[in-house]
Write a protein that binds this ligand. Structure first.
Ligand code: CUA
Length: 272
């Protein structure tokens, strides 16, 4: 048995690496690497919450420990309503936390949503923006690009499976739909996630800041193979992206089959 270990070690290590076939290895601590222009806004909210909760936890714990130490068995119980001053301190602390923590988080969230994460109207007007229709189904992600003609549902449309490619540094605007159940397009490295709901089109946007390969996940339990609903999001340099679009749409035109009704699931791009 002892001898088997070194023999098994190599294949096991290989299997472990393959099982983790994540496009880029993550440290396993903290959040996935942020490779987006605006992900730091989300990280700020999370870190701020963490710091505030830690401070409140330590203060409350200190008061509790102090109370236990002070009011031991020898301490006579006393009945009190507190004083005006103690009520003032308590209400002041609650008010301060409500404004400085919850209020601040709420305000920052509204500003970030308005200016970045839900700012679809302004983003889609950007001529450099890349528009993609994503169609979720059990259990894969279909992505459709309009091709050089800029129109969805034409013969130069590029359609990919579990493989979304975008250029670095430009806004990517995604319209998201589902053909069966609720899925959720999750891009952890870009700090965005949005549900794909049957019967409606949802929006999602991000801007990549670093070329590379990143994970696409589904974040709603959508059936027995939910865990398999993964893909790779590849961020390319603008030149590589242009080349890819050219090659892919040329192939798409060649392979276009007007009879293949199932392949024609495009919808007209909706304005926000
Ligand atoms: Cu789709 Cu989980």
């Amino acid at each position: 048995m002892r001898r088997a270990r070194p023999l098994l070690a190599a294949p096991l290590a290989l299997a472990a690496r393959q099982a983790l076939a994540a496009p880029l290895p993550e440290s396993g601590f903290g959040m996935p690497r942020d490779v987006s222009a605006d992900g730091h806004l989300v990280d700020w909210l999370i870190h701020y919450t963490l710091v505030a909760a830690t401070i409140i936890f330590v203060v409350v714990l200190a008061v509790m420990i102090w109370s236990f130490a002070r009011h031991g068995r020898g301490h006579l119980a006393e009945y009190t309503h507190g004083s005006k001053a103690s009520a003032g301190v308590l209400l002041g602390a609650i008010g301060f936390i409500a404004v400085a923590v919850d209020g601040n988080l709420f305000y920052r969230t509204l500003v970030d949503m308005n200016e970045v994460f839900w700012n679809f109207g302004a983003l889609e007007k950007d001529p450099a923006a890349v528009r993609i229709e994503v169609n979720a189904h059990q259990w894969a992600w279909l992505a459709r690009y309009p091709g050089p003609d800029g129109k969805f549902g034409t013969e130069d449309d590029i359609v990919t499976l579990d493989d979304i490619r975008v250029p670095v540094g430009v806004p990517v605007v995604i319209q998201l739909a589902s053909t069966d159940v609720i899925h959720s397009l999750y891009l952890p490295n870009f700090r965005v996630k949005r549900d794909a709901v049957p019967g409606m089109v949802n929006w999602l946007t991000f801007k990549a800041s670093e070329p590379g390969e990143y994970e696409i996940g589904c974040a709603q339990h959508c059936g027995p193979n939910h865990y398999k609903m993964r893909g790779v999001l590849t961020v390319l340099t603008p030149e590589r992206y242009r080349e890819w679009v050219e090659t892919m749409s040329r192939d798409a035109r060649r392979a276009y089959d007007p009879e293949d009704k199932e392949a024609h699931w495009a919808w007209d791009w909706r304005s926000y």
